[in-house]
Design a protein around this ligand. Structure first.
Ligand SMILES: [Fe+2]
Ligand SMILES: [Fe+2]
Length: 275
């Protein structure tokens, strides 16, 4: 039996280009790097850049995702509410108010090994009133640890300090913590002193020369005039797909290695609409 599992984590899929970039490259990455499992953040995967629909969630799973994490845009599409109740492989942040649909923590089987995934949202510079992510993580881990010591955390947050703080707080208790939400890949990936792999932000999967996935002209107009604008997803090439590959020792649950992944592709065909 193998002693390691290798998990690919992909950052926020934005719009149709992000979906088809994921489809085009994940299968090949899995083959090339002998990936055992894939976790992807899908909160911006709708064609309009906010939210996710049942059809898109099924598309991401059919193309290799084992678990889909999300964040502040999870409720942007109404139809996801019933889907998330029935599909425990789509997570919303665990520290959302109690009573909202879905779960923020799940486990799945990876080659006979149980892997846990926990999704949390930050509070610094974010307008949602979520519970303390540090205490929420402690609560979630108190039962997750009885099932497995291989645990991945997607911390959907704005501030680097909050992401780093939670990673140090959980160092040695989880296999990896990666940040999402800011859509720009950071170069601070490392295994922390007690064995938790960490990166402040995975980066995004969408149009490279966009403004974090949206058409840059429209965002610029807003900066220059402060007039209200309607953001539009940028589907122009080249596309970028960003993430990490983490190796975890299945006996200890600690990470041996973390590597950044960033693929740029000028030639992604947009298939049929997934709306
Ligand atoms: Fe996002
Ligand atoms: Fe977000």
């Amino acid at each position: 039996m193998q002693n390691n599992i290798r998990v690919l984590c992909i950052g926020d899929i934005v719009g149709l280009l992000g979906c088809y970039m994921f489809k085009k490259h994940v299968a090949e990455l899995k083959r090339k790097h002998k990936i055992d499992a894939v976790i992807v953040n899908g909160e911006n995967s709708h064609s309009q850049g906010r939210g996710i629909t049942p059809r898109i969630a099924n598309f991401l799973k059919a193309n290799g995702a084992d678990v889909i994490t999300t964040g502040n845009h999870i409720w942007a599409r109404r139809e996801i509410q019933s889907y998330i109740i029935e599909n425990k492989d789509l997570l919303r942040p665990y520290n959302f108010p109690s009573g909202c649909p879905g779960v923020g923590v799940t486990t799945f089987n990876c080659n006979g090994v149980t892997v846990g995934v926990l999704n949390l949202q930050g509070r610094i510079f974010m307008k949602e009133f979520v519970d303390c992510p540090f205490r929420a993580a402690q609560t979630a881990l108190s039962f997750l640890k009885s099932k497995t010591n291989i645990i991945f955390v997607d911390f959907h947050a704005e501030a680097t300090s909050e992401k780093m703080g939670l990673a140090y707080f959980l160092d040695g208790q989880i296999s990896a913590l990666f940040g999402t939400h800011t859509h720009v890949q950071t170069a601070d990936e490392r295994v922390l002193p007690d064995g938790t792999a960490f990166i402040s932000d995975l980066g995004m999967t969408g149009s490279l020369n966009s403004m974090i996935g949206m058409k840059r002209e429209i965002v610029l107009k807003n900066f220059l005039t402060q007039m209200p604008v309607k953001f539009e997803v940028d589907n122009n090439p080249p596309a970028v797909m960003s993430g990490i590959i983490v190796d975890v020792d299945i006996n200890t649950g600690k990470a041996n290695n973390i590597e950044r992944v960033r693929i740029v592709d000028n030639d992604v065909n947009l298939g049929e609409s997934l709306d």
